[in-house]
Design a protein around this ligand. Structure first.
Ligand code: SF4
Length: 444
């Protein structure tokens, strides 16, 4: 295989940090790389790395991949279930889990073999491929070193808008939390590995030089940066991280999106107030201790209330994410969530129907739950005219409530109500398709 043509790294919908990182890495290994967003442009490369973020991508891009005349390699969070990828997508190879080490090995194979097939990678760990009708999985790749990373930044990064930021920049990997719906600990492990601060700052400068302005930092739950043990947050490391990034971006342009209610302190909240845009985003999920326990969230409703109070004392705006229709959520659990959302009067709310990510505990639970017993597929009487399920009914009820009881009430106009109904319908359809997909019998 010749390397006259650049290798393409493709990201379907937005410039995910993972795709930028892989492109930077391939460049560092000495190859020409082209970064491409979306499938509109014709692919001219012999090798294409595709970074897929969401299970729904396995259904959305089948035709595009069928028409691709290149050796196609899929990586990213969807690789928690390589069998599903190979069942649905016509791709040559899947890189399982963290890809840094595996990608280097893959490129070495291309140096020596012309027109390889999946089986040429059988002696390499961390990949999966089809051999006839069989799926071969060689295990999980080894965790990567996080030192010395420098992403490739596209020249139109300033127009990227990922929930308000141009980029979600990685500060650490892994989360010792055990939330059943979350892919972070499954993908990156439960041990926190933090990037050296000097590398992060160099990368922030690199993004800013290339036009980025608004930077969010991500890595599971923000305040775990630098910590070695769960519940033993390294306040100093996190405060230093915020202070130093903020020196480069300015506080208004720095966001710290996710934080656990049990991983805050006065020092952390003071730093968020001083060095960021002043918002904190708590994973609240439910107002029922029973459901929180079932989710393995590891927090209680009392801790949620205390955390919101603490954030307010530091003049920080609080947003909360809620998950409805988790398996086992009864009507009284949902009512407890409504009551909590009303009491908290947050500044913003994000409400989702439980999405089963393959490879997580929730994914397994939904796999074993029949369609008849899943409230995502049970008809709502209340919103029969919208053809809603009970899960969609709960999402809409909580969304409507959240507009009435937020810190500044928003009038429920016809236009807003229509938006919420559309949002719920879209979420419901998406998660129904994902549920049907993960329940498809596949040959393993
Ligand atoms: S939801 Fe947050 S705290 Fe829970 S496992 Fe995922 S990253 Fe960790």
């Amino acid at each position: 295989m010749s390397y006259k043509k650049p290798i393409t790294v493709l990201t379907p919908e937005f410039y995910s940090y993972g795709a930028l990182l892989i492109a930077g890495l391939i460049q560092k290994y000495g190859y020409d790389v082209k970064l491409q967003k979306g499938f509109d442009e014709k692919i001219e490369s012999d090798i294409v790395f595709i970074s897929l973020q969401s299970t729904i991508h396995l259904l959305n891009y089948i035709e595009e991949l069928k028409n691709m005349d290149a050796f196609t390699i899929v990586g990213g969070p969807v690789t928690l279930s390589p069998e599903l990828i190979l069942e649905f997508l016509p791709v040559d190879l899947v890189v399982i889990g963290e890809g840094e080490n595996t990608i280097y090995n893959i490129l070495r194979v291309f140096e020596n073999i012309t027109n390889p097939t999946g089986t040429d990678f059988k002696d390499m760990s961390g990949v999966a491929f089809k051999n006839g009708t069989n799926t071969i999985i060689t295990g999980k790749g080894s965790p990567a070193s996080l030192d010395g990373h420098l992403s490739m930044v596209p020249n139109n990064i300033s127009s990227e808008n990922i929930r308000g930021a141009n980029v979600y920049l990685e500060t650490h990997r892994g989360c010792p939390g055990n939330c059943g719906f979350c892919g972070v600990p499954c993908f990156f492990g439960r041990k926190v590995r933090s990037r050296p601060l000097k590398d992060i700052l160099k990368e922030v400068e690199h993004f800013l030089r290339n036009g980025a302005q608004r930077i969010a930092i991500s890595g599971g739950t923000g305040s775990l940066y630098g910590s070695s043990k769960f519940k033993n947050v390294d306040d100093e490391a996190f405060v230093e991280l915020l202070r130093e990034i903020s020196n480069l971006t300015g506080p208004k342009n720095l966001t710290i999106p996710d934080i656990r209610v049990d991983l805050i302190s006065d020092d952390i909240l003071e730093a968020i107030n001083k060095y960021t845009n002043g918002w904190v985003f708590f994973g609240i999920e439910s107002g029922s201790d029973r459901v929180l326990k079932h989710m393995q969230k590891g927090i209680t409703v009392d801790q949620i209330r205390e955390a919101v109070d603490m954030a307010r004392k530091h003049n920080i705006k609080t947003a909360g994410s809620f998950i409805v229709a988790y398996p086992g959520e009864e009507e009284e659990d949902f009512q407890a969530t409504i009551d909590l959302a009303d009491d908290l009067m947050l500044d913003d709310y994000f409400i989702s129907i439980a999405e089963p990510i393959p490879g997580t505990d929730l994914g397994d639970e939904i796999l074993n739950l029949s369609f008849e017993d899943n409230i995502l597929f049970q008809k709502s009487q209340k919103y029969a005219k919208h053809d809603f399920s009970i899960a969609e009914e709960r999402a809409l009820d909580l969304m409507m409530e959240s507009y009435i009881f937020r810190s500044y009430p928003v009038p429920m106009t016809q236009a807003l109500l229509k938006n919420l109904i559309d949002e719920v319908k879209s979420q419901g359809n998406h998660i129904k398709r994902v549920t049907e997909l993960i329940k498809t019998p596949i040959k393993r």
